[in-house]
Write a protein that binds this ligand. Structure first.
Ligand code: ATP
Length: 267
């Protein structure tokens, strides 16, 4: 039975404190999503419309998914992450029905942040075989998003894409994804914050975070995570030889930087 398919959701433990940099992006999300949810009566009093989604775009690994999850954590809501390509691949021929099931699930477990990754895959004008039913799927998605048959009250829709120009213009109408936010590669301050966040609960000694940040232009959040992983691996080997956990130091991280290539370029 399709309806019995398990649609996974979570209650995230991360919040905005776990997202480095992105101050402007966080502020937009507060205004558009968090404030309306926490103070609906004030929005109503001034005749401000609530609803509509936010489209995040930017290069891979720069924290779109992480930010969406942290948004849910920030408002203590549930979180569902759905890859559009996943829907297309796994549910060949059933995509529309399952898209509906996903929205229904989110409405059931509200408040819920419903996050769609790779959303451009929906509106792509591709000749892919699997996209032969593309128009139907887009219409289904837009109907669900408009919430005409069933209200989306308490369901906050975020979507991400690396290629906003592939997206069908119908997505951008008022009340749909009327806010588009660029999530850039982290700047120096952002990289410093990301490094601090990811080393927060690890054994460290006198780490010069700014120095590492200065040596890592073009590194995404995911790249910085990889650098930390490389440093930790080296440190663990050394620790096992010596029989005690040794703290990570600036030099360990600098060495690790040399072993990883940046995946973005500074904007
Ligand atoms: P994709 O387009 O590939 O889906 P994305 O923009 O969604 O990429 P994420 O998956 O959110 O990127 O980021 C990858 C990992 O990098 C995250 O799990 C997170 O730990 C880390 N990361 C990225 N940006 C940040 C940030 N600003 N603060 C803290 N961690 C970050």
């Amino acid at each position: 039975e399709e309806e019995d398919r398990i649609i996974e959701f979570e209650r995230p433990k991360v919040s905005f404190n776990d997202v480095g940099g992105m101050e402007k992006v966080k502020e937009e999300i507060r205004l558009k999503i968090i404030h309306p949810l926490e103070h609906p009566e004030i929005y109503k009093a001034y005749g401000k419309k609530i609803g509509g989604g936010i489209l995040l775009y930017g290069p891979p690994g720069c924290g779109k998914t992480h930010l969406a999850r942290a948004t849910a954590g920030q408002i203590k809501s549930n979180f569902m992450a759905v890859g559009i390509n996943e829907i297309l691949d796994m549910w060949l021929g059933q995509s529309e029905k399952n898209l509906h099931a996903i929205f229904q699930k989110a409405r059931q477990i509200k408040p819920c942040v419903l996050f769609f990754d790779e959303v451009d895959a929906l509106g792509a004008n591709r000749s892919d075989m699997r996209m032969s039913a593309g128009r139907h799927l887009i219409n289904q998605f837009l109907n669900e998003l408009d919430g005409i048959e069933q209200s989306n009250d308490g369901v906050l829709v975020l979507a991400a894409t690396n290629a906003p120009w592939h997206l069908d213009p119908a997505f951008r109408r008022p009340g749909r994804f009327d806010r588009i936010i660029f999530v850039p590669p982290p700047d120096e301050a952002g990289r410093t914050a990301i490094l601090e966040i990811h080393l927060r609960d690890k054994p460290v000694k006198d780490v010069d975070y700014l120095k590492i940040a200065q040596k890592t232009p073009g590194f995404s959040g995911a790249d910085l995570e990889a650098v930390i992983d490389i440093a930790i691996e080296g440190k663990m080997e050394e620790s096992m030889r010596k029989g005690i956990p040794l703290p990570i130091e600036t030099n360990d991280l600098l060495k690790a930087v040399g072993k990883h290539r940046a995946t973005t370029t500074e904007w």
